[in-house]
Ligand binder design. Sequence first.
Ligand code: ARG
Length: 415
Amino acid sequence: MAEKVVLAYSGGLDTSVAIKWLKDKYHLDVIAVNIDVGCVKDYSALCQKALDIGAVKALVIDGKELFVKYFVFPALQADALYEGQYPLSTALSRPLMAKILVDTAIEEGATTIVHGCTGKGNDQVRFEVSISALAPDIKIMAPAREWKMTREETIDYARKNGIPIPVSVKSPYSIDESLWGRAIECGVLEDPWTEPPDDVFTWTTSPSQAPDKAQYLEIEFKRGIPVRLDGEEMDGVKLIQQLNEIGGRHGIGRIDHIENRVVGIKSREIYEVPAAMILLQAHQALEMMTLSREQMRFKEKVAMEYADLIYNGLWFSQLNRDLSAYIMSSQLYVTGTVRLKLYKGHSLVVGRQSPRSLYNIGLATYDKGDIFNQDSAKGFIDLWGLSVKTQAQVQLLGDKEGPLSIIGPEEPEES
Ligand code: ARG
């Protein structure tokens, strides 16, 4: 009996070719598993295609709810953005896929998990680190790293073997989609000076073509999790799908990022992330109302660590648990509603309210009803500036060049 392997099957060119290649070269029985994190339209067509190419079994597993609950929403609560720009749409999906692949391999009695990543990307790292954390004895194969075919050669292989070439292959881009966003690489995008052409974008209208009428949205959060959209209670999957739709229509969520990959390469990445952008913006606006200054400063550091950890493939780590515990605790009072205005590629927060708001009109107002004690400001400033005043007198004002030398440092020379 042939050895069984579980293949992470996207239905794209590489993983389709992999089915045939594994069968011909290593005589393996391939079980193709697609994990739907938000973009599969036709489950049975996807399975049929894998079977037609030669898989012994094909499954599509709906991972949308798990993805949103255990990956997307924690990242939203954290305000996680890799390098301040990328909401981690691909990166967040990989550990979930790894978990489902491992479970399936065990159920099916497979010895090996196969993925379609090349040796240049982050996804191979995320898959393999996660799989080996969850099941150290399962073997891993990466045919696209092994066969060393160029894209042209892969297409040729598909043609020769009667493997249907997906429509997406006719486009020069490499694409990955989840509910949390769409990532586009390759083709003309590899020139960082070239503006992304219109055909790159499929989720978002060009801002110049977006509706002339602004649209308002109200998003209600409970402990940092969005629970209602425009007053209607909604599960996370549906809420994100709707926001992708609405935001996309208004041209929101295009990102052009020169990104530092784990493997040491800088790459040019284009993203479309309407829902992520709107939700992150709304969530942060609510935090500004409900977290103290100290919590916000600290949380920013945690967000950076958390984003790096997700990007770098370290999801299944105790550091994740440690950071998650803080993030969850920080969300205790992040409850309330944010109002946004969407207009031609921009979303703006225009209102926010919370039963736990720290914004106190009596303290903030310049009008009647002011309860702030202005007399206490003077004594506060005396003490606040005391160390600066002391140091300036002893170390900064006494320079030979005179008082102006304290304005700024000298420019270093180029090497
Ligand atoms: N650069 C992004 C990341 O590493 C997106 C990668 C897209 N993946 C892909 N296989 N096309 O998370």
